[in-house]
Design a protein around this ligand. Structure first.
Ligand SMILES: Nc1nc2c(ncn2[C@@H]2O[C@H](COP(=O)(O)OP(=O)(O)OP(=O)(O)O)[C@@H](O)[C@H]2O)c(=O)[nH]1
Ligand SMILES: [Mg+2]
Length: 456
């Protein structure tokens, strides 16, 4: 294996930067460049001078981890130099001139996986931790890189192997077989395993929103305060707000945090019939957006009439089965008689469960935030103890694993030969194994690690 190198820190102006080397030639390369090389021993970090052909390059700290006791399982040396992009790149070039190859993204972690230093789900946890933008996202990633998912998968696989043993006893000793009793027992075990895997699979529903955020569109007629709500949630003037109907012409996207959850919000052009060509395009984009999001916030105004367009749009959203919240804005303009007629009309049209807000007075916004969270998450997020999945690859493998077990159940019920049942159970176990990296193809491994950043 070649010796690879990359800058492990982000290139900018900082106190220090780190250039990593991994591979059997790491120590030799350092030997050519470091004046205090003789003091380096495994698991040590030594201060000294980096020298290139007799000329001083930088004062550095160099650490050394001897194979197999390192992150990659290979010899690793790390050069801690002064921060600053020029000197860091100079040292990287120096290391390359002395025999190292520039690493591809994720190559250090890929080597760690190939050398058995971590399983695939742990490696995926590392990418997620690096990319995490919220506390909850980071917590799930840490659990994964700490091997929690690995342990869960291993235990699910062990149970499958026990079931397999039960099934195969009947192959080896058919003369002792009481088929009916055996079948019921195997069916129960399969049912239990399907239940356990489904439980893990279901956690993806919440997990994907934690990882990717909730995609939200704010819709409504012109001037109801859609952009004002986005600005309020973003906590700065992201979008132009005026009292001219039709101010927002195109979709404006912004990511905001509410508590520990990310919302990817699209503010849209107010929906109305218009002859203005640009606005017309904007309106059709607004309507299309409904199909792309997880949640629609539909805004009405407290001092307005409920129009036919509103009723039609809300029905359209309802019929599509998309999650939605009807928000009544401008409650600061509340006049009882108008509002009573308005709410009556709402309930006549089966629009209930609305949230009243005033963006002007910053009222009702917290309730709206709580409502959004409760629509996507069951419990208090921080008290979740169960292992969660957040990765689509894992989700698909769990689904396949369940599918094979359901086939196995059918085969048992239909009195199929035992070896056919065994094949289904083995395939199911194989799919579980792929989550942690057993029997995965080179293509999949390569694909996973290219998602890593350089130097990891
Ligand atoms: N009284 C009152 N006025 C508000 C409130 N929220 C927004 N407005 C005003 O309503 C007008 C329209 O606000 P926008 O946020 O531009 O409305 P919009 O829905 O984005 O409008 P379009 O982009 O034209 O579709 C502006 O004059 C806002 O200042 C509120 O809570 N109370
Ligand atoms: Mg607007």
């Amino acid at each position: 294996m070649s010796t690879i190198t990359a800058i492990g820190t982000s290139l900018g102006t900082s106190g220090i930067n780190i250039i990593r080397l991994s591979g059997e030639n790491s120590l030799n390369i350092i030997k050519n460049l470091f004046n205090n090389y003789s003091k380096l021993s495994p698991n040590s970090i030594i201060y000294g001078k980096l020298i290139d052909n007799g000329s001083f390059v930088d004062n550095v700290l160099i650490s050394y981890f001897k194979a197999p006791n390192s992150f990659t399982g290979e010899d690793i040396c790390e050069i801690n130099c002064h921060g600053g992009s020029y000197i860091t790149k100079e040292i990287l070039n120096l290391v390359v001139r002395n025999g190292a190859e520039i690493a591809t993204p994720g190559e250090f972690s890929k080597r760690a996986f190939l050398n058995g230093k971590m399983d695939l789900s742990e490696a995926e946890g590392i990418i997620d931790l690096i990319n995490a933008k919220t506390k909850t996202e980071a917590r799930i990633a840490i659990e994964q890189l700490d091997g929690q998912l690995f342990k869960k998968i291993v235990s699910l696989r062990e149970k499958l192997i026990e079931i397999l043993a039960q099934v195969e006893v009947s192959i080896d000793y058919p003369e002792y077989d009481n088929v009916e009793v055996d079948n019921i027992h195997v069916l129960n075990l399969l049912e239990l395993e399907i239940f356990e895997i489904t439980k893990l699979l279901d956690s993806y529903e919440e997990g994907k929103y934690i990882k990717n955020g909730i995609n939200v569109a704010i819709l409504g007629r012109p001037n109801v305060g859609k952009s004002s709500l986005l600005n309020n949630l973003a906590k700065y003037e992201r979008v132009i707000v005026t009292d001219i109907a039709g101010t927002t012409r195109d979709i404006v996207e912004e990511t905001v945090n509410i508590g520990d959850i990310i919302l990817n919000i699209s503010d849209t052009a107010g929906i109305r019939d218009t002859e203005d060509i640009i606005e017309k395009i904007g309106v059709s984009k607004s309507i299309k957006k409904i199909d792309e999001v997880d949640l629609v916030i539909y805004i009405l105004n407290a001092d307005d009439n409920l129009s036919k367009e509103d009723i039609d749009m809300i029905s359209k959203i309802k019929n599509k089965g998309i999650k939605y919240i009807v928000v009544i804005n401008k409650m600061d303009k509340y006049i009882k008689s108008i509002f009573d007629t308005f709410t009556l009309k709402l309930s006549e049209n089966n629009i209930n469960d609305t949230i009243n807000i005033s963006v002007y007075e910053n009222k009702g916004i917290d309730e709206l935030k709580r409502k959004i969270i409760s629509m996507f998450f069951d419990d208090n997020l921080n008290s979740v103890n169960e292992v969660m999945i957040v990765n689509e690859r894992h989700k698909k493998l769990l689904e396949k694993s369940i599918e094979y077990l359901k086939n196995a159940k059918k085969d048992v019920i239909n009195d199929m030969p035992v070896d056919i049942i065994s094949i289904q159970i083995k395939e199911s176990a194989k799919k579980l194994g792929e989550i942690i990296g057993n029997d995965v193809s080179q293509d999949i491994v390569d694909k996973i690690f290219t998602k890593f950043c350089l130097g990891k």
